[in-house]
Structures are given as structure tokens and as C-alpha cells.
Design a protein around this ligand. Sequence first.
Ligand SMILES: [Zn+2]
Length: 217
Amino acid sequence: MNIRHHFDDATLMAYAAGTLPEGMALLVACHLHWCPACRDRVKHAEAVGGALLDSIEPKSMSANALDDILSRLDDEQPTVDVSPTQSVILPKDVPAPLHSYINTSLDNLPWKRLGYGVHHIDLNLGSKGTTRLLKIAPGVSVPHHTHSGNELTLILRGSYSDEIGRFSAGDVADLDGEIHHQPIVDTDQDCICLIATDSPLKFSGLMGRLVQPFIGL
Ligand SMILES: [Zn+2]
């Protein structure tokens, strides 16, 4: 798997601190399943966070405490394990953390049709934002939109391009409200993504505003 797009540091720090909503944490875990580079970044973030917590003593934090902590990191081996442990054989486009939620292959899911070449599955992970799988037909252009919060996307199958670049299996798009984009799915196959948001999207074009009530994104 040739992964070219990764998470922001802020997203991985929030994951390491356990402060992401469930859907976003699931999505990060799925990318980590495939991405050794981001697994290393999370281990480092957790080691720094743990060492900082260990060293907090009221009124006794020395001026060079951070130096002490950072020098200790070289000796400590954080015990983070996000590698797969189960013995079932997974479809190659379903990372283990996601499989425990859907328990089947992407092709066997009960996809619901939204129209415009888009199907979806809502994972129903609580009230803070949405977590869903989207299956978008080859060549389809998603209406131009911006984000009022954060949106994480993990490509499971296929690929798309937008103003940022080309995204294919294993890649993540880590977007905040400043991004204004219009993804277009490549023409060779469906693009299936896991998408987690912490607030609704804002569509900007006329078509987008017409479509939004039907898609419910
Ligand atoms: Zn990565």
C-alpha cells in the first residue's frame, strides 16, 4: 500500500490523548492499521504525554523538566499496540478496527442509495458528528463544499482527486473549516471511503444546497 496522505499532528495528538469522538478515533485506528509511519508518530505522542503526566508534581516542576522527560524517552518503550490480533482473514480493503464494526466485506454491506451515484452506510456512533461509509460511482463529482468543523476521510477502495491532490486506498484527508473542495472520483472503479465529522458539512453551490437535505451530510 503506497500511502501519501497522513494526519495532521493535532489529530494524532488528540487521538493519543483519547479526546477524539468515537467515529474519528475509529478512523484514525483504521489508518494506523495500514500506516507504520503514523503508528510511530502516535507512539511518540503517547510517550511525551505520559512522561509529562508522570512528572507533574505541584510546585516542584523544575525548569529543565522537559529536557529530563525528552532524554528519558530514548530509554522508554511505550506499550502501544494497534497491530491486528484476530485470526479471521480480513478483506484487504477492510482494516481490522473497522471490521469489528461491520463484520463483513464492503461488497456485502446493505448499502442505501442516496442518488447521484452515491450510496452510504451510517455507522450510528452517537450524536457528536457523523460516521459513515460512502460509496461513490466512477467519475462522480461531489458538490463543492466547505466544513464547519473537522472532517476525516480514509480511502478504503478506489481513488479521487480534488484541489489538494489525488487520494487512493490508505490515504487520509484531514480537513478543517478552511478547506473548500470538490472531490471527483476516478473513472476506473467505485470509491469507498470512511468519513467521520464532528459537525455537518456546508455545501456552497446551488446543486449542493439542493442535494444536502437528501444526502443529510
Ligand atoms: Zn499515516
